[in-house]
Ligand binder design. Structure first.
Ligand SMILES: *[C@@H]1O[C@H](CO)[C@@H](O)[C@H](O)[C@H]1NC(C)=O
Ligand SMILES: *[C@@H]1O[C@H](CO)[C@@H](O)[C@H](O)[C@H]1NC(C)=O
Ligand SMILES: *[C@@H]1O[C@H](CO)[C@@H](O)[C@H](O)[C@H]1NC(C)=O
Ligand SMILES: *[C@@H]1O[C@H](CO)[C@@H](O)[C@H](O)[C@H]1NC(C)=O
Ligand SMILES: *[C@@H]1O[C@H](CO)[C@@H](O)[C@H](O)[C@H]1NC(C)=O
Ligand SMILES: *[C@@H]1O[C@H](CO)[C@@H](O)[C@H](O)[C@H]1NC(C)=O
Ligand SMILES: *[C@@H]1O[C@H](CO)[C@@H](O)[C@H](O)[C@H]1NC(C)=O
Length: 555
């Protein structure tokens, strides 16, 4: 009897543990978000990430982003003491969500995530990291190293009940780089498939920089469209974020948001302001929250994220609302914090439309490419770790970096290698991809180290397999296991036999290929380097621009 009772207690304890959610599940239905009880869910949030170092704070991407490029980050969800310190202040603000720009998947997030969950606070987590951890604007690719990084983050966060969404990018696509959008959409497709295979209900998001409607709106529609014209959401985001700083000082819905809201009137998935809080007309009154959560905007928008809890200095000034003492123990709030608290305290967004009255999302056909929006409907393939590993293992000359910190040299070497290969009559087209033409090279989804081995091998073979041609000043090694009669191109055809394939990715496996599984193409102009004598000279500038893809990471 005693035994039986014990067993019963144990079972029910386990069952309770499994079924209890501190926060209800939030789902997207059509263009709206709903709580489990059917009430409408609005993101009432704040950005939560301490600022890291910046490569160059004086350089800004556009008027809509006064920040420089981060070069490091501090994972705010790995600091249990700091989360415990801050949660009372976040709860007093009345927020139900935080947005976090970069996390480190090798750290433990239990203390913060559980504490946020107990406080009823969801997290919107960006999957990109500074430097080589994001889709490169200059030489874009959606490749195994990035997919693995994204998956590693999802794997460690999937056990928490309060991850609302994962963003596949922040401000990656700019006005002069709309051809990068297919790489972002491919990331959304593969992350959606991965989450679905894992049984996760987290939403797939993207946070866009604001800009002229002639490309901004096309991008929004592109990210939520169906390129196959069969009303499928397989490549669509669930949650579109707009980093919107249109309301400055004391303004009105009509003066600040009416135009943008009208532009999104027919949008098909959930949308919110992934950042707001203009600082150019101080003090910030935060009266825009009254508009964002009003019936003027609730048909289109599901709330927003005020920027920023922690100090965040930019070329424009200070966005932070609190200061933290040097010993990290004490939080001092500012007037700015008090004003947001007052305004957030006043919002009472409409609980409509009723969930039952909302039809499932339709996925329209994709916007037609034109001079202001250059994104092809043909997306890059799903990065294929197994195929890229097969290629790496069989190549005749392998990149064997003399340092584990090979991010910088990989870019330089790709430029050098492509120049040399071009002079030898070869081409780097196989490792590149073009989101405007929708043409992606057979090896375009492999990580930069594999691409480099592929280029080195072709150059080595073009030089009759003279060992000197595989050296690359000590960065390359002849592969003794490679067949001396099979070319790199033939190896690629055999290992990557179905180069356009899409499939649900599986958990990141570490390739045993060689010491390096990934690196960076930061600054490499994989597509254009051939025959470009300025390719190496241009690297410094390109490296810099390339960093811009994680613009607002607060590290
Ligand atoms: C930052 O960028 C500005 C503008 O391009 C440049 O003048 C300045 O030298 C740069 N500073 C550093 C430390 O790179
Ligand atoms: C993640 O944290 C580990 C352990 O502190 C550290 O070695 C690693 O460099 C960090 N990764 C990133 C991308 O910051
Ligand atoms: C390109 O198409 C978008 C809609 O997808 C439109 O907003 C934009 O004005 C068009 N650009 C030109 C130059 O026609
Ligand atoms: C970035 O580069 C470092 C080595 O410099 C590497 O450890 C890391 O995996 C790279 N990340 C990605 C996503 O390629
Ligand atoms: C890695 O290499 C880059 C470029 O050479 C350098 O700026 C950076 O400090 C290095 N990082 C480490 C941890 O050695
Ligand atoms: C992609 O193709 C378009 C159209 O041919 C071309 O204008 C553009 O320069 C190409 N982009 C890159 C990065 O090669
Ligand atoms: C490897 O390549 C880099 C970049 O071209 C170069 O600076 C370095 O000298 C090469 N050799 C070694 C052993 O690092």
């Amino acid at each position: 009897m005693l035994k039986a009772i014990r067993a019963f207690v144990l079972i029910s304890a386990v069952a309770t543990f499994l079924s209890v959610r501190a926060v209800p599940k939030v789902s997207r239905v059509g263009r709206y978000l709903y709580n489990a009880d059917g009430s409408r869910f609005y993101i009432k949030g704040i950005a939560y990430q301490e600022q890291g170092s910046f490569t160059n704070r004086t350089v800004v991407a556009s008027a809509d982003n006064p920040f420089g490029e981060p070069s490091s980050f501090i994972d705010p969800l790995a600091q249990g003491d700091a989360c415990a310190r801050d949660i009372p202040f976040l709860s007093a603000l009345g927020v139900n969500s935080i947005r976090v720009y970069s996390v480190n998947s090798s750290l433990n997030h239990d203390a913060c995530m559980n504490a946020f969950s107990q406080a009823g606070i969801y997290a919107i987590i960006d999957l990109a990291l500074p430097l080589n951890g994001s889709i490169d604007r200059v030489s874009p690719s959606w490749s195994t190293n990035l997919l693995n990084q994204y998956i590693a983050t999802i794997d460690v966060f999937s056990k928490y009940d309060n991850v609302l969404a994962y963003n596949v990018g922040n401000e990656v696509v700019l006005q002069d780089g709309t051809g990068i959008a297919p790489f972002v959409k491919a990331a959304a497709r593969d992350i959606r498939a991965y989450l679905s295979a894992k049984g996760s209900s987290a939403l797939v998001g993207y946070a866009a920089i604001n800009g002229a409607a002639n490309w901004r709106d096309a991008l929004a529609n592109y990210l939520s469209c169906d390129p196959s014209s069969s009303n499928s959401g397989a490549t669509a985001i669930d949650l579109y974020g707009l980093n919107d700083y249109e309301w400055c000082g004391d303004s009105t819905f009509q003066a600040s948001y009416a135009g943008t809201t009208g532009d999104y009137a027919g949008y098909n998935v959930a949308a919110y302001f992934s950042e707001f809080g203009c600082i150019t007309s101080p003090p910030r009154l935060w009266t825009e929250s009254g508009a964002i959560f009003s019936s003027d905007m609730s048909p289109v928008w599901s709330g927003g994220i005020a920027f920023s809890y922690f100090p965040a200095t930019s070329a424009q000034g200070q966005f932070g609302m609190v200061t933290i003492s040097a010993d990290g123990k004490t939080v001092t709030t500012s007037d700015d914090y008090d004003k947001l608290k007052t305004q957030y305290g006043l919002v009472s967004p409409p609980n409509s439309p009723a969930q039952a009255s909302v039809t499932a999302a339709a996925y329209p056909t994709c916007p037609t490419t034109n001079s202001t929006f250059l994104a092809s409907k043909v997306l890059p393939p799903t990065p294929n770790q197994a195929a890229c590993g097969c290629l790496e293992n069989a190549l005749s000359c392998q990149f064997t970096p003399p340092t584990s910190n090979y991010s910088a040299i990989a870019g330089t070497l790709l430029d050098t290698g492509c120049n040399l290969l071009g002079q030898a009559g070869g081409s780097c087209l196989d490792i590149g991809g073009n989101g405007t033409t929708g043409v992606y090279g057979r090896v375009s989804d492999c990580d930069p180290a594999v691409k480099l081995s592929y280029v080195m091998s072709q150059y080595y073979e073009a030089n009759k397999r003279n060992a000197q041609a595989c050296s690359f000043a000590g960065n390359g090694t002849v592969n003794p296991h490679a067949s001396s009669s099979v070319s790199a191109i033939a190896v690629a055809s055999s290992c990557i036999s179905n180069p356009g394939a899409t499939f649900a990715p599986t958990a990141a496996a570490t390739t045993g290929a060689h010491t390096s599984t990934s690196s960076s193409t930061k600054g490499s102009s994989a597509n254009s380097a051939v025959g470009n004598t300025h390719a190496v000279g241009g690297l410094v500038a390109m490296t810099f621009v390339g960093l811009a893809s994680v613009m607002l990471v607060m590290a």
